[in-house]
Design a protein around this ligand. Sequence first.
Ligand code: ADP
Ligand code: MG
Length: 580
Amino acid sequence: MAIHILPPEVASQIAAGEVIERPASVIKELIENSLDADARKISISYREAGRQMLKVVDDGYGIPADQLELALARHATSKLENVTDLFSISTLGFRGEALASIGSVSRLKIISRPKDSEIGAAIMMEAGNSSPMEMVAAPIGTLVTVEDLFYNVPARLKFLKKDVTEKRAIDALVRRYAMAYPFVRFELTDDKKTILQTTGDGDQRAVLTKIYGFEVADQMLEVMADDGSMSLTGFISPISLTRSNRSEIIFFVNGRWVQDTPLVSALVKAYHSLLMVARYPMAVLFLDLDSSEVDVNVHPAKAEVRFRDQSNVFSFVQRASRRALMAYSPIPSINSQSAWGDAFPGTLQVDPGWKFSGELNDESNAPTEAESASLQSGALPLLDNLVPLLRLVGQVGLTYLVAEGPDGLYLVDQHAAHERILFEKLHSTGENGINTSQKLLEPVTVTFPPEQARLVEEQLPILGKFGFEVDPFGPGTFQVRSVPSILAKGDPSEAIRTIVEDFEEDEEPLQGNVESILAGRICKRLAIKAGQALSNEEQRALLADLEVCNSPRTCPHGRPTMIHLSVDMLERQFGRKGKR
Ligand code: ADP
Ligand code: MG
């Protein structure tokens, strides 16, 4: 094929593809426009996860009739004039591409009336072609309706996920903006059903409560730091409140939601050594700095930014978060890492940090080859399946139990061991692997944020199969009547939250061996944690329970529950026997 310039409709669809990926991206652009127009109230609604229809209505300053047609043109903006402006952008939009992009892949309708105008104007665009403008009666502000998104781009349509997933993306997006703009009233409805409504009274903690529910919001720690050139405010989770991925770490830079992994890493580093492997904090943080210090023009959807002085920004974020964390969280007095390192220098070739590093990934994986190799070398053989009777010596670093057996010393990881115990109990109490259920004396009411509530509703049958009896009980609220017997002693609302969180992370929660996956996750979550003080009784019970397990030496995710230091090895290490 000879080189040729692409026809305008192709070029504009390519450009649109960069900005508009899914219904949530349309809503993001429209909300940003409303915020740029100083709206005090923004109402968002959609039908069929935004595929069929989505609408954003604001009470902002509107678009004058004589500029309405221009607003739909590509590279048409009121927010930027020259190249210099590009380096000090104070609005969310500046590319002049959103409306043109949306209009090229949907049926777009805009009705707008500026404050000083008696009447509004309406314009439509279908697959890039705009219709003549009409004068219409309208309230002050702007109403944008998008119908049949991607109807002319079937390939894109195929890439959309299931409705639940698309809705979740929209809901999560609106939640974020509602958090970031507490002075704006947000209203989100899914086909007449209200999903989120904020008051716009500026109370950020109140918005946080609406979004995460009281229990979570109440625990979140406030961050407030300012070094004269930049400030970080918002909320981060205490070390006791974690998620299994980074999706709840949200950053806004100068009022703009960014998905900037270095910023997320900076926050995760603030928790270094305080969280277990593959657990991540939750956070909603607002970083503000001079607009000349940030380059926002690096990503078509404006989702990434560059900082002039990256390392300074990251270390500020890390220090500010760490400080907030330290100010509020009781940290175990013995640092397990250094205690280990000092106690057995050069002997234990197991990296003592591997349980604690917030940087490592996916706990559900078995130990890496390197880990297994280091476990097996250094005279730390993993014996075959069973454990001998053990005599408890005590707890170290609030994390490991030390026990003596006939053939040496055993170090037991209390979390991994408890996971194993719970896992086997969960499987043994049930018939055919399905767990028996126990009625709660008093039903417990649990409230979920909108997004999760919907998931619970969808997954009620699975929960039932698993021994949970859960009934809808008002908007976002459920009543738990029974729980799997093994969980009877724990906090039922915590148990159900854990599971819902896991549903949330699965694209296809109904597939695969749901029960056993769930079982593993429940155990992981409900097991005694590292850093948790145990009474003598509890320590002894833990060892006794572990002894009767079928596979006591590994946790359900395949990592060791214990390390054995044989008498033989101890003698060698102390130079009593053989050469080193
Ligand atoms: P950008 O936001 O990058 O300028 P858009 O294509 O999103 O580009 O919007 C084009 C222009 O239309 C904006 O610059 C603004 O002047 C106007 N506009 C869009 N949405 C609104 C709104 N909700 N209220 C007022 N003006 C708007
Ligand atoms: Mg815009």
